[in-house]
Design a protein around this ligand. Structure first.
Ligand SMILES: [Zn+2]
Length: 272
């Protein structure tokens, strides 16, 4: 792997990033004015860089000085029956992040901070409440690997609190209107492709605690989009909780939001 001549510039940029952040630079190797060099600060003490210009293609890692902002590797208790799980979470390797981004029509910059490495092929999804406070990790068998064991997910609470998994849109934080979906990837994908705040129920239950959480965040309008096999359940929940909000709509969808073809997903989200 060729080493870029000006690694110092890459290092300086990496040192300014917080874990999970990405920046684009004019590549010091090929000087492509399109800022073809992406530097992503992985969780903890590493940053990955790659130049997207085909004829250049430099890539590699730099060590980031452990600063006050850098969290320590996070250790989870080893779950029973989960073989191959190291118990420690790290930033996702570039190639795995790229494959996930392609699989779900995301930008690779959407992956850091939302999906962590928990020991191949397990992934960990940080669950954050409406204030962006980490409340849990969901351990999940990678979507890219066949034959998930049953169960394919397991939840680890950070404290005593279990919350919805909130995904703000790219632009401003807008909790007045929330798209509720079953799982984290659907929520992440929806929030990236529409200017809407999405939250994952981590299942098909909408509980009184969830409703309180939505009220506390200032949510007045709810759109509920459960997976197609749970449509009846969605209508039951609308009947139960609809009166607690200014509006409460159920979206009937023909496939899970994370699996809908992109054009269909965009049409669906535009209708909300
Ligand atoms: Zn380059």
């Amino acid at each position: 792997m060729p080493v870029p001549l000006n690694i110092v510039e890459i290092q300086a940029a990496a040192d300014r990033l917080r874990p999970g952040e990405t920046c684009r630079l004019v590549c010091p190797e090929c000087n492509d004015p399109e800022r073809s060099l992406a530097i992503t600060r992985r969780e903890f003490h590493e940053a990955a860089y790659v130049c997207f210009r085909n004829s250049c293609g430099i890539k590699g890692y730099v060590y980031v000085q452990p600063g006050a902002a850098a969290p320590e590797p996070h250790t989870l208790p080893k779950p029973e029956g989960f073989s191959g799980f190291s118990g420690t979470l790290w930033g996702l390797q570039w190639t795995r992040a790229l494959a996930l981004a392609e699989r779900f029509d995301l930008e690779v910059e959407d992956i850091p901070g939302h999906i962590l490495d928990a020991g191949y092929p397990w992934l960990a999804l940080p669950i954050r409440d409406a204030e962006r406070t980490l409340t849990a990790y969901q351990l999940r068998w990678s979507w890219l690997e066949p034959n998930p064991p049953i169960p394919k997910t397991k939840l680890f609470l950070e404290g005593s609190r279990r919350t919805l998994a909130w995904y703000p849109p790219r632009a401003a934080w807008k909790p007045e209107r929330v798209l509720l979906v079953e799982d984290c990837m659907s929520a992440l994908r929806a929030s990236r492709h529409a200017d809407i705040t999405a939250a994952a129920l981590l299942g098909t239950q909408l509980t009184a605690a969830h409703v309180q959480e939505l009220h506390a965040a200032g949510t007045a309008h709810v759109v509920l989009a459960l997976d197609p096999d749970a449509l009846e359940k969605a209508f039951e929940l609308a009947k139960q909780w609809g009166p607690a909000f200014r509006s409460f709509r159920v979206l009937a969808i023909e496939d899970d939001i994370k699996d809908l073809p992109l054009a269909k997903l965009k049409r669906l989200l535009a209708s909300i």
